[in-house]
Design a protein around this ligand. Structure first.
Ligand code: ADP
Length: 198
């Protein structure tokens, strides 16, 4: 059984954490563009040099570059039986790029998980993360920029996917386990089941 999933939610919604949990339970790789870009910056690769300042400011890396990075990742063997995308696509242009790429492989997304959290909850989670992890794009000013970009550019992609009937809206408030259970239940309702434990 394949599972091609996308998780979408504002900064601080917990999509990274839930994305990894759901991907693990379905046995597919969690592919986070934010993590890939941060790793490139930390490793000092050419890609890292290209994206460092953009990420620092909380702006979007150009679509062409982002889509290329994702397509290379999705072309690796471990993504052949499915994947969970976190943080991509993030605007309508990237939706088009992903559509074209998946269509060329005769694939499509099975479900888009929209994680919903009230704004003050996500801001308090981000503030906590800033203290704990010291991510350099977690300053107040940069967080505000990222949230504004989310509202303006990312939220509209949900309308496109809703029109295709693939969106599951998940309440993102609760314990980690409760939220994972909600996601797994929504996927089960679509006939997407986790591989049996061996
Ligand atoms: P968050 O969702 O909290 O902003 P991410 O880890 O998803 O954190 O992304 C961190 C940064 O990486 C973004 O602010 C942006 O600069 C860059 N980035 C991640 N995904 C994309 C994407 N799909 N398109 C363009 N830039 C991206």
């Amino acid at each position: 059984m394949t599972a091609r999933l996308l998780i979408v939610g504002p900064q601080g919604s917990g999509k990274g954490t839930q994305g990894v949990r759901v991907a693990d339970s379905f046995g597919v790789p969690a592919i986070s563009t934010g993590d890939m870009f941060r790793a490139a910056v930390a490793g000092g690769s050419e890609l890292g040099t290209q994206v460092r300042e953009i990420i620092q400011a909380g702006n979007l890396v150009p679509d062409q570059l982002t889509s290329k990075v994702v397509q290379e990742r999705l072309s690796q063997d471990d993504a052949a039986q499915g994947f969970l995308l976190d943080g991509y696509p993030r605007n309508l242009g990237q939706v088009e790029d992903l559509d074209a790429f998946l269509a060329s492989r005769d694939e499509q997304l099975d479900a888009v998980l929209e994680l919903v959290v009230p704004r003050d909850e996500s801001i308090s989670r981000l503030t906590r993360r800033a203290q704990e992890q010291g991510r350099t794009d977690d300053t107040e000013e940069v967080i505000a920029n990222r949230l504004a970009i989310y509202e303006r550019e990312t939220a509209p992609i949900l309308e496109v996917y809703s029109a295709r009937g693939v969106v599951d809206t998940i309440d993102g408030v609760g314990t980690l386990d409760e939220i994972t259970d909600r996601i797994v239940a929504a996927l089960q309702a679509r006939g997407l089941t986790r591989p049996a434990a061996v």
